[in-house]
Design a binder for this molecule. Structure first.
Ligand code: FAD
Ligand code: SF4
Length: 524
């Protein structure tokens, strides 16, 4: 008998949510996490520590398609990237589950429809305390329940932006947001609506991240064990190559092998592909479960742009991420292909601009960076990038990650930027609109891999997908993947809620397989 019923590798949006789902089954769950608990310290909320010193970014070196080294924006902690995320928790649109024609080609259909995911989106919104208002976003998919918490109130400058947009004929909406905030009763609210949320850890544990709402409650069950500082380096398989028999991990300065009946990989899209590629055997010469040749391929991370508009009046907003605009999600005013999603990002501050040459050169000497920060209204634009086989993760001879990526849908991304420019031209926010590198701090775009997805896509056909519809490897009976790797396409909204919802769905399949029952009410 194995030591564990299920081993989950990685404790982020996928793995942390899955561990939570399986906790109430009574099955023995081991969560292996390469990182440690993220320290609660004053630096959590220091823009210099977070954005200039990269205090919470891993020291990894990856290599781009030309072999140039870069530091990827990945975060190895209990809770994974959700410790730093902006907690904009969007559902994919129902249409994103079907085939969609884009400027640069087809965004492929998912093997399951939106209907199948919908109940899990609802549960994930409840688990992750999502605030929002149904009926405002013209592209929102049908939902079986209201948001569990009311929309976060816009601060005055953002309310004005919303009113101005509506007056100009657009349909701004309250963005879905995962923070434990009670706007109706601020003295009793855990979340204090600070300016250091998006891209920062939450010092007071009020952000709906996978540590606080996934791992910690899961650990209250005696059958769940977490081992931190355990980096899985290889999966061992039986002679037939059909079953994972051991997870080999670097731990405590040595190497240890953990054994479980079911093994779930959830290391983030690049690292999950790397782990499976590193687990090649005679039976799986191109990487574990890679008979299709698709493992590591179809890497996506959105064609994103951070832009900053300067408001004539100072923008005193503290918590800015409350507004979204999907008017151009499926088409532009003059084109019949999708452009993408527009949302706010965390309010920028002067230290974040350090090293951003476009800002200094475009505005100097009339504006100091402090002045820019006081007037900045910050937007995040996401255009869907398409899955391309050549956009892929491979391993270099020394085992390090190589990430080849060529952008797709540059034309719609540019059009989305122009639309924002034109929209803001109608408002009082127009005389400067400046591209920023907020999340793309290094010069190499691939380093900004916050929204990475797609390296182990799921599908019905083993010839062109790595996982089946339950996110189980076609070729290895007890191997699952539940991070964003399974995405066959990424849509143009933020990916975390979809990873969380899918982890709940896969958790139910694994519980069924183990003959166990998930006690949902107990978890809630
Ligand atoms: C700054 C920032 C802002 C973001 N904002 C948003 C947002 O507003 N909305 C949104 O939806 N998404 C956002 N995202 C993206 C979101 O955080 C990710 O999509 C999501 O966390 C992905 O979940 P995952 O399970 O695939 O990977 P992760 O959450 O990254 O989890 C992977 C885990 O695996 C661990 N791990 C890796 N390799 C190994 C190994 N070999 N052995 C053991 N453990 C391993 C890692 O340490 C990590 O804990 C943001 C991301 C960042 C970085
Ligand atoms: S805004 Fe709320 S959730 Fe975000 S970091 Fe501040 S206190 Fe935490």
């Amino acid at each position: 008998m194995s030591d564990y019923d299920v081993i989950v590798i990685g404790s982020g949006a996928g793995g942390g949510t899955l561990a939570h789902r399986l906790a109430s089954t009574g099955k023995r769950v081991l969560l292996l996490e390469r990182g440690d608990w993220l320290a609660r310290e004053p630096e959590n909320w220091s823009a210099s520590a977070v954005f200039v010193e990269n205090r919470y970014v891993s020291a990894d070196t990856w290599y781009d398609g030309r072999g140039k080294p870069f530091q990827p924006q990945v975060h190895y902690f209990v809770g994974g990237a959700t410790k730093l995320y902006g907690a904009a928790l969007y559902r994919l649109r129902a249409e994103d589950f079907g085939e969609l024609a884009h400027h640069d080609g087809i965004s492929p259909a998912w093997p399951i429809g939106y209907d199948e995911m919908e109940p899990y989106y609802t549960e994930a919104e409840q688990m992750y305390h999502v605030h929002g208002a149904r009926g405002e976003d013209p592209t929102e998919p049908p939902a079986s329940a209201p948001y569990p918490f009311p929309a976060l109130v816009h601060e005055p400058r953002i309310q004005q932006l919303s009113d101005d947009l509506a007056a100009a004929g657009f349909q701004p909406f309250h963005a879905p947001c995962g923070v434990m905030r009670d706007d109706a009763n601020p003295p009793f609210s855990v979340c204090v609506r600070c300016s250091t949320c998006d891209g920062f850890p939450c010092l007071v544990h009020a952000k709906s991240d996978a540590e606080v709402l996934g791992v910690r409650p899961a650990l209250e069950y005696p059958n769940v064990t977490l081992v931190t500082g355990a980096r899985a380096v290889r999966l061992e398989t039986d002679a037939a190559g059909k079953t994972v028999t051991g997870v080999v991990a670097e731990h405590d300065g040595g190497t240890e092998t953990f054994r479980g009946d079911i093994v779930v990989v959830s290391c983030g899209a690049a690292n999950s592909a790397a782990l499976l590629l590193a687990s090649a055997t005679d039976r799986h010469p191109d990487g574990l479960a890679n008979g299709s040749g698709q493992l590591g391929r179809n890497y996506m991370f959105h064609n994103s742009q951070a832009v900053l508009a300067l408001s004539r009046d100072e923008n005193a907003t503290v918590f800015q991420k409350t507004l979204g605009l999907n008017d151009f999600y499926f088409r532009g005013p003059d084109v019949d292909y999708p452009l993408g999603n527009i949302q706010m990002v965390g309010k920028s501050t002067a230290p974040m601009y350090r090293g951003e040459k476009p800002l200094e050169t475009k505005l100097a000497p009339t504006w100091s960076l402090d002045q820019v920060a006081r007037h900045a209204v910050d937007f995040w634009l996401s255009t869907e990038d398409l899955p391309r086989p050549d956009n892929r993760v491979t391993l270099r001879p020394d085992g390090s990650i190589a990430l080849s990526y060529t952008a797709t849908n540059d034309v719609p991304a540019q059009k989305l930027y122009e639309q924002l420019r034109s929209v803001l031209g109608h408002l009082d926010l127009h005389h400067h609109l400046i591209p920023r590198h907020a999340y793309l701090k290094n010069a190499i775009p691939v380093a900004g891999c916050a929204h990475q997805a797609g390296t182990c896509r799921f599908g019905t056909n083993p010839a062109d997908s790595v996982l089946d519809v339950d996110c189980r490897a076609h070729e290895v009976d007890n191997l699952y993947v539940v991070d964003t790797s399974f995405f066959p396409s990424i849509g143009a909204v933020n990916p975390a809620l979809t990873a969380m919802a899918n982890a709940l769905r896969v958790g139910d399949r694994i519980a069924e397989r183990l003959g166990a029952t998930v006690r949902k009410a107990a978890i809630a």
